[in-house]
Design a protein around this ligand. Structure first.
Ligand code: CAA
Length: 257
């Protein structure tokens, strides 16, 4: 499948989705949104694919929502179209995916990266929510996800000053799981994705659902949800295989059921 604004390839069980609007530093317009929705749905539906990577160029993961597309839109158009709502379809992806960020991840770019299950950054990465400088605020989840990731004070700092945060600060703040040299970003992301792809696929989805429940529930309900999921995956063949393989001191052979 070929797209207008992204490139998609597979390497074994890993889908690599690359934002590809170099002339606009991968700014996220409606076409990018439509392409991403389709690419993630295709990944999610393909039983051979076990992990995905979303990346951009060396200079920019994405420099934000497309300002030129939004420039002439007023409240009626934005509200009527429920602008940005389509990205919720990307976050509905059930299988794991990693954002591999090099260069600018600003505004919607930072917000898109934060939709990932895991973010890894090149040492060149720059994160920011500069929307205030345009007279607006984050619109793709930044005020919520950034605050959950780095806490109130740093999120306020980023949103109110519009400054950029470098990769080291992002790692210290817990926004990214690790920082790697820029030249090794895709290799490192692939290593991580291959490791995830080698796990029992239903358990991968269950682990993702359980961690994500943290952001939707209180502790008691979250613990109950986790315990019930645990009880549930005990009905899978992969659970029997995983525990038998451990006892027999051999690798598991996963069936995905
Ligand atoms: N939308 C549309 N076009 C963009 C863009 C964006 N977000 N970011 C960059 N571009 C375009 C520029 O207009 C320029 O195009 P032309 O060559 O046609 O002029 C091209 O990409 C290259 O950009 P620059 O010349 O500005 O590159 P630079 O290296 O000098 O600066 C930058 C890089 C600091 C990232 C700068 O481009 C910039 O500040 N971009 C905007 C960042 C921003 O404000 N993002 C938030 C957008 S709003 C948002 O995202 C809302 C939301 O929450 C969902």
């Amino acid at each position: 499948m070929s797209y207008e604004t992204i490139l998609v390839e597979t390497q074994g069980p890993v889908t690599i989705i690359r934002l590809n609007r170099p002339q606009a530093l991968n700014a996220l317009n409606s076409q990018v949104m439509r392409d991403l929705i389709d690419a993630f749905a295709t990944y999610d539906a393909d039983p051979e694919q076990r992990c995905a990577i979303l990346t951009g160029s060396e200079k920019a993961f994405a420099a934000g929502a497309d300002i030129k597309e939004m420039q002439a839109k007023g409240f009626s158009e934005m509200y009527g179209e429920n602008f940005f709502q389509g990205f919720e379809k990307v976050t509905a992806t059930r299988k794991p995916w990693i954002a591999a960020v090099s260069g600018f991840a600003l505004g919607g770019g930072c917000e898109l990266a934060m939709m990932a299950d895991i973010m890894i950054a090149a040492d060149s990465a720059r994160f920011g929510q500069p929307e205030i400088k345009l007279g607006v605020l984050p619109g793709m989840g930044g005020s919520q996800r950034l605050t959950r990731a780095v806490g109130k004070s740093k999120a306020m700092d980023m949103c109110l000053t519009g400054r950029m945060m470098d990769a080291a600060e992002a790692e210290r703040g817990g926004l990214v799981s690790k920082v790697v040299p820029a030249a090794e970003l895709l290799d490192e992301a692939l290593k991580m994705a291959q490791a995830i792809a080698g796990m029992p696929p239903l358990a991968a989805i269950a682990n993702k659902e359980a961690v994500n429940a943290t952001f939707e529930t209180g502790l008691a309900m979250g613990l109950l949800f986790e315990r019930r999921l645990f009880n549930g995956v005990c009905a899978t063949e992969d659970k029997s295989e995983g525990m038998t393989a451990f006892v027999e001191k051999r690798p598991g052979n996963w069936k995905g059921r």
